[in-house]
Design a protein around this ligand. Structure first.
Ligand SMILES: C[S@@+](CC[C@H](N)C(=O)[O-])C[C@H]1O[C@@H](n2cnc3c(N)ncnc32)[C@H](O)[C@@H]1O
Length: 384
């Protein structure tokens, strides 16, 4: 096995992002092909444990304790650091090492691996709490919700497994605003998942960005408005990549998101509810990243209509989201789709994007796919 593994690792090192993800997908396929019925049954039996044990690990500061120590730690030392019983801890550590969340170095001795460092980071910790506390109960509620609703499609964001799980009438975002710790976790996760790779080889955007002079004229319209842009990570990245855009970038989000933002040089932060008319007219680009997939068609069309009403003939909406393939979607995209479905959102294929755009008086001008293996793309919308 070792030479084969070395070959795969060497291949991964020389692969681009798409190649790396392809290797992971193939290895997972091999794993499932090799699994016998007993392996599959044990996997089903333990499927809920991972997030629960990660939550315990985060609660007791396990991942940060391991990450802070340059040398491996004995169970007794970790128990001391985390104020836990060594007997209880030993069994949890054994499980976390067997599931590759931490690394076992000798009997009763553990250290970090790459995954542990991700989990020890505040953004990794935010993902653990989001997965366990916000999504966990919702996923558990799905079978009963579907049965009660006679397995009908989910078309509203106030009648979903989310409301059943959290015993609320509020939509997911309304509920999160009332639970600031969960809203904060979401913002941290979104910032962690940010990146400006979408601009790479995106001719329409790059050519327009390059035309912009450094001096901002007082009457000038913003170049890009990041609608629902959270903590502004996209504007920060764009300003780093295209300093000439600074002074012409705006991040909009709910007041609860923008009020905590430290000032970002060259970026205006503005409180805005995208179900209200868009106050910035005639911007060159309105950028919506991971927004549309949070909403059912009716609400998604409303957001687009509000944006369309502010556009001029040169304005474009850039939807940064998934464009699902019509067949053979991978596990990441299908997982994301069901997680969105649980609170009323959905991932969409090209036909669904086209129909949504039309519903809002817009047309799909082009689709710039920037990570083919994850179907991540910019769907460019223009006025009809
Ligand atoms: C999934 S996050 C995406 C954040 C960011 N665009 C990104 O890709 O990192 C959804 C964002 O929509 C914002 N949001 C939800 N409802 C909103 C509303 N009615 N008006 C404006 N922003 C809203 C949330 O606060 C959150 O920042």
């Amino acid at each position: 096995m070792d030479p084969i593994i070395a070959q795969i690792q060497a291949l991964a090192k020389t692969s681009d992002e798409a190649g790396r993800l392809n290797i992971i997908r193939t290895l997972r396929q091999v794993q499932f092909d090799l699994q016998g019925p007993k392996d599959s049954l044990m996997e089903v039996a333990g499927s809920g444990l991972v997030t629960a044990m990660l939550r315990v690990g985060a609660d007791i500061g396990l991942f940060t304790s391991l990450a802070k120590s340059a040398a491996p730690l004995k169970v007794a030392e970790i128990a001391e650091l985390t104020s836990t019983s060594p007997q209880l801890l030993e069994r949890i550590l054994r499980y976390l090492a067997a599931t590759n969340m931490i690394k076992e170095t000798a009997a009763n001795e553990y250290t970090t691996n790459m995954v542990t460092h991700t989990l020890a980071d505040p953004k990794g910790e935010a993902m653990i709490y989001h997965a366990f506390d916000t999504h966990g109960p919702v996923v558990t509620a799905m079978p009963e919700f579907f049965a009660e609703n006679k397995y009908q499609d989910i078309t509203s964001n106030t009648s979903t497994p989310f409301q059943k799980a959290h015993n609320t009438k509020l939509s997911c975002f309304e509920w999160m605003l009332q639970h600031p710790q969960h809203f904060e976790s979401l913002q941290k996760i979104m910032t962690a998942l940010g990146g400006s790779e979408w601009t790479q080889d995106f001719t329409l955007f790059e050519s327009e960005a390059q035309k912009i002079q450094s001096t901002v004229q007082p009457s000038e319209k913003p170049f890009l408005v990041d609608v629902g842009g959270g903590h502004g990570h996209q504007c920060i990245r764009l300003g780093e990549k295209y300093p000439n855009l600074l002074g012409r970038l705006v991040v909009q989000d709910l007041p609860e998101a923008v009020k905590k933002l430290a000032p970002i040089a060259g970026v205006k932060a503005e409180a805005y509810d995208f179900f209200q008319p868009q106050p910035i007219t005639g911007a060159r680009f309105y950028y919506l990243r991971r927004i549309m997939h949070d909403w059912p068609d009716n609400e998604a069309a409303k957001i687009l209509r509000n944006t369309a009403a502010a556009m001029n003939a040169d304005s474009r909406i850039l939807i940064d989201d998934t464009v699902l393939p019509d067949a053979g979607a991978n596990w990441q995209a299908t997982t994301a789709d069901l997680l969105m479905m649980a609170f009323g959102g959905k991932e969409r294929n090209e036909a669904q994007w086209t129909s949504l755009a039309k519903d809002a008086g817009l047309r799909v001008e082009c689709i710039h796919t920037y990570v083919a293996s994850t179907y991540t793309a910019i769907v460019v919308l223009a006025l009809e």
